[in-house]
Design a protein around this ligand. Structure first.
Ligand code: GAL
Length: 664
């Protein structure tokens, strides 16, 4: 059961206190004590006001079962206090010490093939293991009791990037209990999973397993429930530790755990409700021409989950070391992407990690202080950024901006639509979500994200790139939204299935068909990679549909030639629009821009050069030059650039990767 603390919830503002938190994961246990003092000097020079300690320190804190070694951490907490640097203290439970796995092999997770995930890496814990949970609770309890009231403590960081799956026996037992709670009876479970197919009927709860390796396609309902179960088990682990640290801590200290961006394993909407601060780790590829948009997408999503300021818990100051080829960030890019996060609501800009390691699996992953040390370009740029963030902190923090457009995104739908037996594996939820967000981002239209069940009434436009599985409540919500004056644009494969992944009668929910003016959805026609379908307006990609429309719906765009000749590619009934294909990128952008304009949504600033992004946060306007060439932007009125204190009148020039933060 999830327990919540009564009374006011702590927020990021409690930790940040009018500043932008700046710093990162600090792993001093990898370094001799002299280095700690050098670290503090460099941190202060760079305006670092926050470090995250202890993320992977379990073996150091508890070298043998039940032993405690807090001496080194005492020294560090005091060192940070003495130097005015706040500590985001992590519970070390994402990387158990070797002794735990050796003495209690049941704490190690199993993959779907039954292979054990051994220690020697990290995150080798079973969320379902009672022994793991007991040991995690014990070290958390002692850590919280010791530091819960330490003056350096500003925030708790629980575990790290919860992301493990477990198909082992203890997980199987918990899965059964979870299923009993969800379905109530075996009859209900058999009905929900459609076990009449392939002789899968369950007569005893003990027969049910996680969806382990099987000869052929696994039951979609079982796979879907297992994803929900996994997210819930990890959440239970988080909540258990959160509640322990809260018991030992004054109420103004917030608790967080860091999400991986768009990670399939956690229903982040649900998790965000259990956090005081929503935080995310963000690592776009510096070579990706759409890296800035990838960042913007995750930032929009995280801000929407936080419903206010959020924390960029980790990013890289330079290269990561987990891509095939790992490129550094060119000069200025780290600053640009950091300020982009601030523009989109981040009140904390942090990194993995402070000092680049010399050993271990991440020694080639950049740090704020790289192998080149103090004189290295990376640290020098960090120092500039830290000092700039300190300049603008007071004006920026706490403010929140909402977009006029909501993009619907939902984990249940993502999970259900990802089953291995679908019509096209090219139809990938994140790929489509990214394509739609990119179109709106390029059009400089400000976007939020929402769940299909959320109150959408504040948005002028709601877009649904893909919501394969929708509950009745979600469908009612969409219908009410349009009925009450909202404009809705949906992509294909929306409302196909219910929450148990049962295809709705007619191949798509009847109420949605009526909303969009689809009389009959005869067939789906998926397209191959690189294939396109012709229409009278643009090439369609990925998918197409054989649709017969209702008489009072209008075919805005029509398929041309081939099997679908004359059928609607874009269909409209009133304020409800339906796209049965994915228009190629420019066409999608134009289409959405046109519909947005009709709904009264305008770009943040009209007429911007392509490489410039404009983002409003409160009454500030951020202009971000994503290009390597300087560019001049025309700007009506007179403004003050918070970064330089210069007055900007008529126009302003942004250098390569340049940023201005304009105040009234
Ligand atoms: C994150 C993780 C960090 C570090 C980083 C490297 O996923 O939380 O501990 O591994 O990636 O990019």
């Amino acid at each position: 059961m999830l327990a919540s603390r009564p009374g006011r919830r702590a927020t990021l503002a409690d930790a940040a206190r009018g500043r932008i938190l700046f710093g990162g994961d600090y792993n001093p246990e990898q370094w001799p004590e002299e280095t700690w003092h050098e670290d503090v000097r460099l941190m202060k020079d760079a305006g670092v006001n926050s470090v995250t300690l202890g993320v992977f320190s379990w073996a150091k804190l508890e070298p043998r079962p039940g032993e405690r070694d807090f001496g080194w951490l005492d020294t560090l907490m005091d060192l940070m206090r003495d130097n005015g640097i706040g500590v985001v203290l992590a519970t070390p439970t994402s990387s158990p010490p070797p002794w735990l796995g050796r003495l209690h092999p049941e704490t190690l997770p199993r993959d779907e093939d039954g292979r054990t995930e051994w220690w020697g890496g990290r995150q080798h814990f079973s969320h379902s293991s009672a022994v793991y949970r007991r040991h995690a609770a014990a070290i958390t309890e002692d850590l919280a009791a010791r530091y819960g009231r330490h003056p350096a403590l500003t925030m708790w960081h629980i575990n790290n990037e919860y992301c493990t799956y477990d198909y082992g026996d203890e997980a199987a037992a918990r899965f059964r209990r979870w299923l009993r709670d969800r379905h109530g009876s075996l009859d209900a479970l058999n009905a929900a999973w459609g076990t009449a197919f392939w002789s899968q009927g369950y007569a005893d709860w003990e027969e049910i397993l996680p969806p382990r390796h099987a000869h052929y396609l696994r039951n979609p309902g079982q796979v879907l429930d297992f994803k929900r179960f996994t997210s819930d088990m990890l959440l239970e682990c988080y909540v258990a530790e959160r509640d322990i640290v809260r018991r030992h801590t004054p109420p103004h200290i917030p608790v967080t755990t860091n999400f991986m961006p768009l990670w399939a394993g956690q229903d982040a909407w649900r998790w965000a409700e259990e956090e005081d601060v929503v935080s995310v780790d963000l690592y776009p590829d510096p070579r990706d021409p759409f890296g800035a948009q990838q960042g913007a997408l995750v930032q929009d999503l995280t801000r929407s989950q936080a419903r206010g300021p959020w924390m960029l818990m980790e990013q890289a100051a330079g290269a990561v070391n987990w891509r095939g080829v790992n490129h550094p960030k060119p000069r200025g890019l780290n600053r640009l992407w950091s300020l982009q996060a601030v523009a989109r609501g981040a009140d904390a800009v942090c990194y993995f990690q402070w000092r680049q390691s010399r050993q271990g699996a991440e020694k080639f992953h950049s740090g704020m202080v790289g192998h080149a040390g103090e004189q290295g370009r990376t640290y020098q740029e960090i120092k500039r950024l830290g000092n700039e963030l300190a300049l603008i902190g007071a004006q920026v923090t706490g403010s929140h901006s909402r977009g006029d457009i909501a993009i619907l995104h939902d984990w249940d739908s993502w999970w259900a639509g990802a089953h291995e037996a679908r019509l096209s594996t090219l139809v990938d939820h994140t790929r489509i979500l990214t394509a739609w967000h990119r179109a709106l981002w390029q059009a400089r239209l400000a976007t939020d994200f929402a769940r299909p069940e959320h109150d959408l009434s504040a948005y002028r436009l709601v877009v649904v790139p893909q919501a394969y599985a929708l509950t009745d409540a979600a469908i009612d919500n969409l219908l009410a939204y349009v009925r009450d004056g909202g404009t809705l644009v949906s992509g294909f494969l929306t409302g196909i299935a219910d929450e148990h992944d049962r295809v709705r009668t007619g191949g798509m929910d009847a109420r949605l068909r009526e909303l969009f003016g689809i009389r009959t959805l005869h067939e789906w026609w998926p397209l191959d990679e690189g294939e396109s379908v012709e229409t009278d307006a643009f090439p369609g990609t990925l998918w197409s549909e054989e649709i017969e429309k209702d008489e009072d719906a209008s075919a805005e765009v029509t398929y041309k030639g081939g099997e679908l000749d004359g059928m609607p590619a874009v269909l409209r009934r009133g304020r409800a629009h339906y796209l049965s294909t994915l228009p190629e990128p420019d066409a999608l952008r134009e289409l959405l821009t046109g519909i947005a304009a009709e709904a009264g949504v305008r770009p943040v600033l009209p007429g911007l050069p392509d490489q410039v992004e404009a983002v409003r946060r409160g009454d500030l306007l951020f202009l971000l030059n994503h290009g390597r060439d300087a560019v001049t932007v025309e700007l009506p009125g007179s403004h003050r650039d918070l970064l330089t204190q210069a007055t900007v009148e008529g126009s302003c020039t942004l250098d390569r990767y340049g940023v201005v933060v304009l105040g009234p």
